[in-house]
Design a binder for this molecule. Sequence first.
Ligand code: ARG
Ligand code: ZN
Length: 492
Amino acid sequence: MRRWVLVGSVPAVLLVLVALVITWRTSPSAQVSTTSRPPSPMPSTPPRIGADGIGDPYFPRAGDGGYDVTGYDIQVRYDPSPDRLEGHTTITAQATESLSRFDLDLRLPASAVTVDDRPAGIHQDDGKLEVTPAVPVRAGAPMTVRVDYAGVPSAIPGGPGVPSPWVRTPDGAVAVGEPDIAAWWYPSNDHPSDKATFMITAVVPDGLQVISNGALLGGPEPDGPGRQRWRWQESEPMATYLAFVAIGDYDIVRRDTRFGLYLAAYDRGLDPQVADAARASVERTPEILALLSGIFGPYPFRQLGGVVPEAPTLGFALEDQTRPVYSPTFFASGQDVTVVVHELAHQWFGDSVSVRHWSDIWLNEGFATYAQWLYSERTGGPSAAQTAAQDYDRHPADDAFWRIPPGAPGGAAEVLNNAVYLRGAMALQALRTAVGDQNFFASLRAWATERAGGNGSVQDFLALVKHVSGKDIDDVAQTWLFTPARPPTPPG
Ligand code: ARG
Ligand code: ZN
Protein backbone atom coordinates (compact mmCIF):
# COMPACT_ATOMS: atom_id res chain seq x y z
CA MET A 1 0.00 0.00 0.00
CA ARG A 2 1.11 3.48 -0.70
CA ARG A 3 -0.23 6.57 0.94
CA TRP A 4 -0.59 9.95 -0.70
CA VAL A 5 -1.63 13.20 0.80
CA LEU A 6 -3.81 14.90 -1.80
CA VAL A 7 -1.93 18.11 -2.21
CA GLY A 8 -4.60 20.44 -3.59
CA SER A 9 -3.32 23.97 -3.19
CA VAL A 10 0.25 23.14 -2.17
CA PRO A 11 2.70 24.87 -4.54
CA ALA A 12 3.96 22.76 -7.41
CA VAL A 13 7.57 23.25 -6.37
CA LEU A 14 6.87 21.44 -3.11
CA LEU A 15 5.22 18.61 -5.01
CA VAL A 16 8.28 18.16 -7.19
CA LEU A 17 10.50 18.22 -4.11
CA VAL A 18 8.44 15.53 -2.41
CA ALA A 19 8.56 13.39 -5.55
CA LEU A 20 12.35 13.81 -5.72
CA VAL A 21 12.83 12.79 -2.09
CA ILE A 22 10.63 9.73 -2.52
CA THR A 23 12.49 8.70 -5.67
CA TRP A 24 15.81 9.11 -3.90
CA ARG A 25 14.75 6.97 -0.90
CA THR A 26 13.70 4.05 -3.04
CA SER A 27 16.04 1.40 -4.29
CA PRO A 28 15.85 0.81 -8.06
CA SER A 29 14.93 -2.86 -7.57
CA ALA A 30 11.80 -1.90 -5.66
CA GLN A 31 10.45 -0.14 -8.74
CA VAL A 32 10.63 -3.12 -11.05
CA SER A 33 7.20 -3.99 -12.30
CA THR A 34 6.18 -6.53 -14.88
CA THR A 35 2.88 -4.93 -15.74
CA SER A 36 1.89 -1.56 -17.08
CA ARG A 37 0.06 0.95 -14.97
CA PRO A 38 -2.75 3.21 -16.12
CA PRO A 39 -2.03 6.90 -16.49
CA SER A 40 -2.06 8.61 -13.14
CA PRO A 41 -3.04 12.21 -12.41
CA MET A 42 -0.13 12.33 -9.99
CA PRO A 43 3.20 13.69 -11.24
CA SER A 44 4.62 10.17 -11.26
CA THR A 45 3.56 6.81 -9.93
CA PRO A 46 4.80 6.83 -6.37
CA PRO A 47 7.40 4.16 -5.70
CA ARG A 48 7.05 1.77 -2.79
CA ILE A 49 9.06 2.56 0.29
CA GLY A 50 10.15 -0.41 2.38
CA ALA A 51 7.90 -3.24 3.39
CA ASP A 52 4.18 -2.64 3.68
CA GLY A 53 1.74 -4.51 5.88
CA ILE A 54 -0.93 -3.84 8.44
CA GLY A 55 1.60 -3.65 11.28
CA ASP A 56 1.76 -7.16 12.74
CA PRO A 57 5.02 -7.65 14.65
CA TYR A 58 5.25 -11.37 13.71
CA PHE A 59 3.92 -11.08 10.14
CA PRO A 60 5.13 -7.69 8.92
CA ARG A 61 4.07 -8.29 5.31
CA ALA A 62 0.51 -9.41 6.08
CA GLY A 63 -2.35 -7.12 5.13
CA ASP A 64 -2.50 -3.42 4.43
CA GLY A 65 -3.45 -0.69 6.92
CA GLY A 66 -4.72 1.73 4.27
CA TYR A 67 -8.26 0.39 3.98
CA ASP A 68 -10.91 -1.52 5.91
CA VAL A 69 -12.75 -4.34 4.18
CA THR A 70 -16.49 -4.45 4.84
CA GLY A 71 -17.35 -7.46 2.70
CA TYR A 72 -15.96 -10.21 0.50
CA ASP A 73 -17.97 -11.69 -2.35
CA ILE A 74 -15.85 -14.72 -3.29
CA GLN A 75 -16.82 -16.56 -6.47
CA VAL A 76 -14.80 -19.55 -7.53
CA ARG A 77 -15.11 -22.30 -10.14
CA TYR A 78 -13.22 -25.44 -9.24
CA ASP A 79 -12.19 -28.51 -11.18
CA PRO A 80 -10.89 -31.22 -8.85
CA SER A 81 -9.03 -33.39 -11.33
CA PRO A 82 -6.56 -30.77 -12.51
CA ASP A 83 -6.97 -28.89 -9.20
CA ARG A 84 -7.75 -25.72 -11.08
CA LEU A 85 -9.44 -22.79 -9.44
CA GLU A 86 -10.77 -19.75 -11.27
CA GLY A 87 -11.86 -16.86 -9.10
CA HIS A 88 -13.75 -13.61 -9.44
CA THR A 89 -13.81 -11.92 -6.07
CA THR A 90 -15.28 -8.55 -5.25
CA ILE A 91 -14.14 -6.68 -2.17
CA THR A 92 -15.97 -3.72 -0.75
CA ALA A 93 -13.81 -1.56 1.46
CA GLN A 94 -13.30 1.90 2.80
CA ALA A 95 -10.03 3.75 2.37
CA THR A 96 -8.68 4.89 5.73
CA GLU A 97 -6.25 7.24 4.03
CA SER A 98 -5.66 8.53 0.52
CA LEU A 99 -4.53 5.62 -1.63
CA SER A 100 -2.63 5.91 -4.87
CA ARG A 101 -1.71 2.28 -4.44
CA PHE A 102 -2.65 -0.52 -2.06
CA ASP A 103 -1.98 -4.21 -1.51
CA LEU A 104 -4.06 -7.34 -1.39
CA ASP A 105 -2.73 -10.71 -0.28
CA LEU A 106 -3.08 -13.30 -3.05
CA ARG A 107 -0.85 -16.15 -4.18
CA LEU A 108 -2.81 -17.33 -7.22
CA PRO A 109 -1.94 -15.37 -10.36
CA ALA A 110 -4.27 -12.39 -10.95
CA SER A 111 -5.16 -11.43 -14.52
CA ALA A 112 -7.19 -8.26 -14.03
CA VAL A 113 -8.28 -5.89 -11.29
CA THR A 114 -10.80 -3.08 -11.35
CA VAL A 115 -11.29 -0.41 -8.71
CA ASP A 116 -14.76 1.16 -8.90
CA ASP A 117 -15.20 -0.47 -12.31
CA ARG A 118 -12.06 1.13 -13.82
CA PRO A 119 -9.12 -1.09 -14.80
CA ALA A 120 -6.26 -0.80 -12.34
CA GLY A 121 -2.53 -1.47 -12.69
CA ILE A 122 -1.30 -4.64 -11.02
CA HIS A 123 2.00 -6.07 -9.93
CA GLN A 124 2.22 -9.38 -8.09
CA ASP A 125 5.15 -10.67 -6.12
CA ASP A 126 5.61 -13.12 -3.25
CA GLY A 127 2.01 -13.20 -2.08
CA LYS A 128 1.32 -9.50 -2.48
CA LEU A 129 -0.93 -8.13 -5.23
CA GLU A 130 -0.14 -4.46 -5.59
CA VAL A 131 -3.02 -2.46 -7.08
CA THR A 132 -2.72 1.00 -8.63
CA PRO A 133 -6.18 2.44 -9.20
CA ALA A 134 -6.70 4.65 -12.25
CA VAL A 135 -7.55 7.46 -9.85
CA PRO A 136 -6.35 7.59 -6.24
CA VAL A 137 -9.01 6.68 -3.71
CA ARG A 138 -9.77 9.50 -1.29
CA ALA A 139 -9.43 8.95 2.45
CA GLY A 140 -12.77 7.81 3.85
CA ALA A 141 -14.18 6.90 0.43
CA PRO A 142 -15.75 3.52 -0.23
CA MET A 143 -14.16 1.40 -2.96
CA THR A 144 -15.13 -1.74 -4.82
CA VAL A 145 -12.26 -3.92 -5.95
CA ARG A 146 -12.81 -6.80 -8.32
CA VAL A 147 -10.06 -9.34 -8.87
CA ASP A 148 -9.94 -12.01 -11.58
CA TYR A 149 -7.47 -14.81 -10.95
CA ALA A 150 -6.83 -18.48 -11.67
CA GLY A 151 -4.35 -21.19 -10.89
CA VAL A 152 -3.55 -24.46 -9.19
CA PRO A 153 -3.73 -23.84 -5.41
CA SER A 154 -2.07 -27.11 -4.35
CA ALA A 155 0.99 -26.20 -6.44
CA ILE A 156 1.71 -23.21 -4.23
CA PRO A 157 3.75 -24.31 -1.19
CA GLY A 158 3.01 -23.03 2.30
CA GLY A 159 6.64 -21.97 2.67
CA PRO A 160 10.04 -23.44 1.86
CA GLY A 161 9.49 -27.20 2.03
CA VAL A 162 5.99 -26.76 3.49
CA PRO A 163 3.04 -28.34 1.66
CA SER A 164 0.21 -26.17 0.40
CA PRO A 165 -2.55 -25.38 2.93
CA TRP A 166 -4.97 -26.09 0.05
CA VAL A 167 -5.32 -29.85 0.51
CA ARG A 168 -6.68 -32.15 -2.19
CA THR A 169 -9.08 -34.91 -1.15
CA PRO A 170 -10.28 -37.98 -3.12
CA ASP A 171 -13.02 -35.97 -4.91
CA GLY A 172 -12.13 -32.36 -4.24
CA ALA A 173 -10.18 -30.18 -1.88
CA VAL A 174 -10.31 -28.40 1.44
CA ALA A 175 -8.97 -24.94 2.27
CA VAL A 176 -7.93 -24.83 5.93
CA GLY A 177 -4.94 -23.19 7.57
CA GLU A 178 -3.74 -20.82 10.24
CA PRO A 179 -2.49 -18.19 9.79
CA ASP A 180 -2.07 -18.95 6.08
CA ILE A 181 -4.87 -20.08 3.80
CA ALA A 182 -6.78 -17.10 2.33
CA ALA A 183 -4.17 -16.20 -0.29
CA TRP A 184 -4.43 -19.72 -1.76
CA TRP A 185 -8.01 -19.16 -2.90
CA TYR A 186 -9.09 -15.52 -2.59
CA PRO A 187 -7.57 -12.04 -2.44
CA SER A 188 -7.89 -10.30 0.93
CA ASN A 189 -6.54 -7.93 3.50
CA ASP A 190 -5.16 -11.00 5.18
CA HIS A 191 -5.06 -10.13 8.86
CA PRO A 192 -7.45 -10.92 11.74
CA SER A 193 -7.65 -7.22 12.66
CA ASP A 194 -9.63 -6.51 9.47
CA LYS A 195 -12.77 -8.63 9.86
CA ALA A 196 -15.58 -8.56 7.31
CA THR A 197 -18.71 -10.37 6.16
CA PHE A 198 -18.48 -13.05 3.46
CA MET A 199 -20.49 -14.36 0.54
CA ILE A 200 -18.86 -17.54 -0.74
CA THR A 201 -20.02 -19.06 -4.02
CA ALA A 202 -18.43 -22.11 -5.60
CA VAL A 203 -19.29 -23.77 -8.89
CA VAL A 204 -18.25 -27.42 -9.02
CA PRO A 205 -18.91 -30.50 -11.15
CA ASP A 206 -22.37 -32.08 -10.74
CA GLY A 207 -22.63 -34.45 -7.80
CA LEU A 208 -20.09 -32.71 -5.58
CA GLN A 209 -20.97 -30.74 -2.49
CA VAL A 210 -19.51 -27.46 -1.24
CA ILE A 211 -19.46 -26.65 2.46
CA SER A 212 -18.42 -23.30 3.88
CA ASN A 213 -19.09 -20.87 6.74
CA GLY A 214 -22.45 -19.63 7.94
CA ALA A 215 -25.76 -20.09 6.17
CA LEU A 216 -26.38 -22.12 3.04
CA LEU A 217 -28.22 -19.66 0.80
CA GLY A 218 -28.53 -21.97 -2.17
CA GLY A 219 -27.27 -25.19 -3.55
CA PRO A 220 -27.04 -27.24 -5.50
CA GLU A 221 -28.28 -24.88 -8.22
CA PRO A 222 -27.66 -25.54 -11.94
CA ASP A 223 -24.84 -23.48 -13.41
CA GLY A 224 -24.30 -24.55 -16.99
CA PRO A 225 -23.74 -28.04 -18.34
CA GLY A 226 -22.41 -30.49 -15.79
CA ARG A 227 -22.00 -27.86 -13.10
CA GLN A 228 -23.67 -26.84 -9.90
CA ARG A 229 -23.41 -23.76 -7.75
CA TRP A 230 -23.40 -23.54 -3.95
CA ARG A 231 -23.82 -20.24 -2.14
CA TRP A 232 -22.90 -19.58 1.48
CA GLN A 233 -23.10 -16.47 3.60
CA GLU A 234 -21.35 -15.50 6.82
CA SER A 235 -23.04 -12.34 8.03
CA GLU A 236 -21.08 -11.94 11.27
CA PRO A 237 -17.64 -10.31 10.97
CA MET A 238 -15.03 -12.98 10.28
CA ALA A 239 -11.22 -13.04 10.17
CA THR A 240 -9.80 -13.97 6.76
CA TYR A 241 -8.09 -17.20 7.93
CA LEU A 242 -11.43 -18.53 9.21
CA ALA A 243 -13.08 -18.51 5.78
CA PHE A 244 -13.00 -22.04 4.41
CA VAL A 245 -14.35 -24.16 1.63
CA ALA A 246 -14.62 -27.94 1.49
CA ILE A 247 -15.42 -29.45 -1.89
CA GLY A 248 -16.08 -33.15 -2.38
CA ASP A 249 -18.53 -35.97 -2.00
CA TYR A 250 -20.04 -35.30 1.43
CA ASP A 251 -22.87 -36.67 3.49
CA ILE A 252 -24.56 -33.55 4.85
CA VAL A 253 -26.48 -33.76 8.13
CA ARG A 254 -28.84 -30.96 9.21
CA ARG A 255 -31.07 -30.28 12.16
CA ASP A 256 -32.54 -27.40 14.10
CA THR A 257 -31.11 -26.67 17.52
CA ARG A 258 -31.61 -23.95 20.10
CA PHE A 259 -28.41 -22.34 18.78
CA GLY A 260 -29.55 -22.24 15.16
CA LEU A 261 -29.28 -24.59 12.23
CA TYR A 262 -26.77 -27.37 12.76
CA LEU A 263 -25.10 -28.52 9.54
CA ALA A 264 -22.28 -31.04 9.51
CA ALA A 265 -20.60 -32.79 6.59
CA TYR A 266 -18.69 -36.06 6.47
CA ASP A 267 -16.59 -37.05 3.49
CA ARG A 268 -17.99 -40.22 1.92
CA GLY A 269 -14.39 -41.27 1.33
CA LEU A 270 -13.75 -41.70 5.08
CA ASP A 271 -13.04 -45.16 6.40
CA PRO A 272 -16.42 -46.37 7.80
CA GLN A 273 -15.09 -46.78 11.33
CA VAL A 274 -13.46 -43.36 11.29
CA ALA A 275 -16.68 -41.90 9.89
CA ASP A 276 -18.70 -43.42 12.75
CA ALA A 277 -16.32 -42.06 15.39
CA ALA A 278 -16.28 -38.67 13.67
CA ARG A 279 -20.09 -38.50 13.69
CA ALA A 280 -20.33 -39.63 17.29
CA SER A 281 -17.96 -36.79 18.23
CA VAL A 282 -19.07 -33.92 16.00
CA GLU A 283 -22.78 -34.66 16.56
CA ARG A 284 -22.22 -33.66 20.20
CA THR A 285 -21.67 -30.06 19.08
CA PRO A 286 -25.06 -28.73 20.37
CA GLU A 287 -24.61 -30.45 23.73
CA ILE A 288 -21.08 -29.05 24.09
CA LEU A 289 -22.25 -25.57 23.09
CA ALA A 290 -24.89 -25.81 25.82
CA LEU A 291 -22.19 -26.45 28.41
CA LEU A 292 -19.78 -23.81 27.04
CA SER A 293 -22.46 -21.12 26.73
CA GLY A 294 -23.26 -21.73 30.41
CA ILE A 295 -19.67 -20.69 31.17
CA PHE A 296 -18.79 -18.10 28.49
CA GLY A 297 -22.17 -16.54 27.74
CA PRO A 298 -24.38 -16.79 24.65
CA TYR A 299 -23.06 -18.66 21.60
CA PRO A 300 -21.96 -15.83 19.29
CA PHE A 301 -23.31 -17.21 15.98
CA ARG A 302 -26.55 -18.51 14.48
CA GLN A 303 -25.16 -21.50 12.60
CA LEU A 304 -23.18 -24.42 13.93
CA GLY A 305 -21.71 -27.68 12.73
CA GLY A 306 -18.48 -29.23 11.56
CA VAL A 307 -16.74 -30.80 8.60
CA VAL A 308 -14.61 -33.94 8.41
CA PRO A 309 -12.82 -34.20 5.06
CA GLU A 310 -10.92 -37.29 3.94
CA ALA A 311 -7.64 -35.42 4.40
CA PRO A 312 -5.45 -37.41 6.79
CA THR A 313 -2.39 -35.30 5.98
CA LEU A 314 -4.14 -32.33 7.60
CA GLY A 315 -3.37 -33.63 11.08
CA PHE A 316 -5.04 -30.69 12.83
CA ALA A 317 -8.43 -29.13 13.37
CA LEU A 318 -9.32 -25.52 12.72
CA GLU A 319 -11.99 -23.37 14.32
CA ASP A 320 -13.47 -22.17 11.01
CA GLN A 321 -16.27 -19.78 11.97
CA THR A 322 -19.56 -21.59 12.72
CA ARG A 323 -18.20 -24.85 11.28
CA PRO A 324 -14.83 -26.21 12.43
CA VAL A 325 -12.90 -28.56 10.16
CA TYR A 326 -11.49 -31.71 11.77
CA SER A 327 -8.72 -33.91 10.44
CA PRO A 328 -9.96 -37.53 10.30
CA THR A 329 -6.86 -38.51 12.28
CA PHE A 330 -8.58 -37.30 15.47
CA PHE A 331 -11.11 -40.09 15.06
CA ALA A 332 -8.78 -42.86 13.92
CA SER A 333 -9.00 -44.71 17.23
CA GLY A 334 -12.53 -43.73 18.26
CA GLN A 335 -14.45 -40.71 19.49
CA ASP A 336 -12.65 -37.49 20.40
CA VAL A 337 -14.81 -35.01 22.26
CA THR A 338 -11.84 -32.96 23.44
CA VAL A 339 -11.00 -31.62 20.00
CA VAL A 340 -14.65 -30.67 19.48
CA VAL A 341 -14.68 -28.79 22.81
CA HIS A 342 -11.46 -27.04 21.79
CA GLU A 343 -12.71 -25.87 18.39
CA LEU A 344 -16.10 -24.85 19.75
CA ALA A 345 -14.48 -22.78 22.54
CA HIS A 346 -12.67 -20.93 19.75
CA GLN A 347 -16.04 -19.73 18.46
CA TRP A 348 -15.99 -17.35 21.45
CA PHE A 349 -12.21 -16.99 21.76
CA GLY A 350 -10.61 -16.51 18.36
CA ASP A 351 -13.61 -16.21 16.06
CA SER A 352 -16.08 -13.85 17.74
CA VAL A 353 -13.29 -12.11 19.65
CA SER A 354 -10.21 -12.16 17.43
CA VAL A 355 -6.61 -11.34 18.13
CA ARG A 356 -5.43 -7.79 17.47
CA HIS A 357 -2.06 -9.15 16.36
CA TRP A 358 -0.80 -12.71 15.97
CA SER A 359 1.36 -12.13 19.07
CA ASP A 360 -1.95 -12.19 21.03
CA ILE A 361 -2.51 -15.86 20.11
CA TRP A 362 -2.70 -16.85 23.82
CA LEU A 363 -6.22 -15.36 23.76
CA ASN A 364 -7.13 -18.12 21.29
CA GLU A 365 -5.11 -21.20 22.15
CA GLY A 366 -4.67 -20.74 25.90
CA PHE A 367 -8.41 -20.15 26.24
CA ALA A 368 -9.52 -23.05 24.00
CA THR A 369 -7.19 -25.40 25.89
CA TYR A 370 -8.48 -24.13 29.22
CA ALA A 371 -12.02 -24.80 27.94
CA GLN A 372 -11.04 -28.47 27.57
CA TRP A 373 -9.97 -28.47 31.23
CA LEU A 374 -13.21 -26.76 32.25
CA TYR A 375 -15.21 -29.31 30.27
CA SER A 376 -13.46 -32.09 32.19
CA GLU A 377 -14.09 -30.29 35.50
CA ARG A 378 -17.81 -29.92 34.76
CA THR A 379 -18.37 -33.44 33.47
CA GLY A 380 -16.92 -35.44 36.34
CA GLY A 381 -13.29 -35.58 35.20
CA PRO A 382 -10.20 -34.05 36.82
CA SER A 383 -10.51 -30.37 37.76
CA ALA A 384 -8.70 -27.68 35.78
CA ALA A 385 -6.39 -27.20 38.77
CA GLN A 386 -5.53 -30.92 38.75
CA THR A 387 -4.90 -30.95 35.01
CA ALA A 388 -2.74 -27.83 35.29
CA ALA A 389 -0.69 -29.33 38.13
CA GLN A 390 -0.19 -32.52 36.16
CA ASP A 391 1.04 -30.68 33.07
CA TYR A 392 3.27 -28.50 35.25
CA ASP A 393 4.88 -31.58 36.81
CA ARG A 394 5.31 -33.24 33.42
CA HIS A 395 7.66 -30.48 32.30
CA PRO A 396 10.84 -30.21 34.43
CA ALA A 397 12.48 -26.80 34.82
CA ASP A 398 15.12 -27.48 32.16
CA ASP A 399 12.49 -28.45 29.56
CA ALA A 400 12.58 -26.15 26.50
CA PHE A 401 8.80 -25.98 26.97
CA TRP A 402 9.27 -23.20 29.54
CA ARG A 403 11.28 -20.99 27.22
CA ILE A 404 8.19 -19.88 25.28
CA PRO A 405 6.21 -17.26 27.23
CA PRO A 406 2.62 -17.67 25.98
CA GLY A 407 1.74 -13.97 26.35
CA ALA A 408 4.49 -13.06 23.87
CA PRO A 409 5.67 -16.27 22.18
CA GLY A 410 8.36 -14.45 20.21
CA GLY A 411 7.71 -14.81 16.50
CA ALA A 412 5.82 -16.36 13.61
CA ALA A 413 7.36 -19.80 14.23
CA GLU A 414 6.15 -19.89 17.86
CA VAL A 415 2.55 -18.76 17.34
CA LEU A 416 1.18 -22.31 17.48
CA ASN A 417 3.81 -23.69 19.84
CA ASN A 418 2.58 -26.28 22.33
CA ALA A 419 3.49 -23.90 25.19
CA VAL A 420 0.98 -21.32 23.92
CA TYR A 421 -1.69 -23.98 24.38
CA LEU A 422 -0.60 -25.77 27.55
CA ARG A 423 1.29 -23.16 29.53
CA GLY A 424 -1.30 -20.72 28.17
CA ALA A 425 -4.03 -22.72 29.88
CA MET A 426 -1.92 -22.96 33.06
CA ALA A 427 -1.66 -19.15 32.99
CA LEU A 428 -5.46 -18.94 33.04
CA GLN A 429 -5.54 -21.33 35.99
CA ALA A 430 -3.00 -19.06 37.75
CA LEU A 431 -5.18 -16.01 37.08
CA ARG A 432 -8.24 -17.88 38.33
CA THR A 433 -6.42 -18.71 41.56
CA ALA A 434 -5.31 -15.09 41.92
CA VAL A 435 -8.72 -13.42 41.46
CA GLY A 436 -11.14 -16.18 42.56
CA ASP A 437 -13.76 -18.06 40.58
CA GLN A 438 -16.39 -15.35 40.53
CA ASN A 439 -14.07 -12.65 39.16
CA PHE A 440 -12.40 -15.08 36.78
CA PHE A 441 -15.56 -16.31 35.09
CA ALA A 442 -17.07 -12.81 35.09
CA SER A 443 -13.93 -11.68 33.24
CA LEU A 444 -14.22 -14.43 30.61
CA ARG A 445 -17.89 -13.57 30.02
CA ALA A 446 -17.20 -9.83 29.87
CA TRP A 447 -14.40 -10.41 27.36
CA ALA A 448 -16.64 -12.51 25.12
CA THR A 449 -19.64 -10.18 25.24
CA GLU A 450 -17.98 -6.75 25.23
CA ARG A 451 -15.75 -7.59 22.31
CA ALA A 452 -18.07 -9.87 20.33
CA GLY A 453 -17.44 -9.45 16.61
CA GLY A 454 -14.25 -7.50 17.25
CA ASN A 455 -10.65 -7.80 18.38
CA GLY A 456 -8.56 -7.56 21.50
CA SER A 457 -5.00 -7.85 22.78
CA VAL A 458 -3.40 -9.66 25.71
CA GLN A 459 -3.00 -6.32 27.48
CA ASP A 460 -6.69 -5.53 26.90
CA PHE A 461 -7.66 -8.82 28.55
CA LEU A 462 -5.37 -8.32 31.54
CA ALA A 463 -6.74 -4.79 32.00
CA LEU A 464 -10.27 -6.25 32.00
CA VAL A 465 -9.41 -8.88 34.64
CA LYS A 466 -7.87 -6.13 36.76
CA HIS A 467 -10.96 -3.97 36.32
CA VAL A 468 -13.43 -6.76 37.07
CA SER A 469 -11.54 -8.14 40.08
CA GLY A 470 -10.02 -4.96 41.47
CA LYS A 471 -6.93 -7.05 42.13
CA ASP A 472 -3.30 -6.55 41.24
CA ILE A 473 -2.48 -9.37 38.84
CA ASP A 474 0.76 -7.94 37.45
CA ASP A 475 3.06 -10.45 39.14
CA VAL A 476 0.97 -13.48 38.14
CA ALA A 477 0.76 -12.24 34.55
CA GLN A 478 4.49 -11.53 34.45
CA THR A 479 5.36 -14.97 35.82
CA TRP A 480 2.96 -17.04 33.74
CA LEU A 481 2.67 -15.08 30.49
CA PHE A 482 5.88 -13.18 29.94
CA THR A 483 8.76 -14.97 31.69
CA PRO A 484 10.72 -17.54 29.62
CA ALA A 485 11.23 -19.84 32.62
CA ARG A 486 9.27 -22.32 34.70
CA PRO A 487 7.27 -20.51 37.40
CA PRO A 488 8.45 -21.62 40.88
CA THR A 489 5.11 -23.19 41.86
CA PRO A 490 2.22 -24.82 39.95
CA PRO A 491 -0.69 -22.51 39.06
CA GLY A 492 -2.70 -23.45 42.18
N1 ARG B 1 -6.13 -23.13 15.87
C1 ARG B 1 -5.95 -24.50 15.53
C2 ARG B 1 -6.35 -25.29 16.76
O1 ARG B 1 -7.39 -25.08 17.25
C3 ARG B 1 -4.56 -24.79 15.14
C4 ARG B 1 -4.35 -25.02 13.73
C5 ARG B 1 -2.99 -25.56 13.48
N2 ARG B 1 -2.62 -25.26 12.15
C6 ARG B 1 -1.62 -25.89 11.55
N3 ARG B 1 -1.37 -25.55 10.32
N4 ARG B 1 -0.96 -26.81 12.15
O2 ARG B 1 -5.66 -26.06 17.31
ZN1 ZN C 1 -6.88 -24.03 19.00
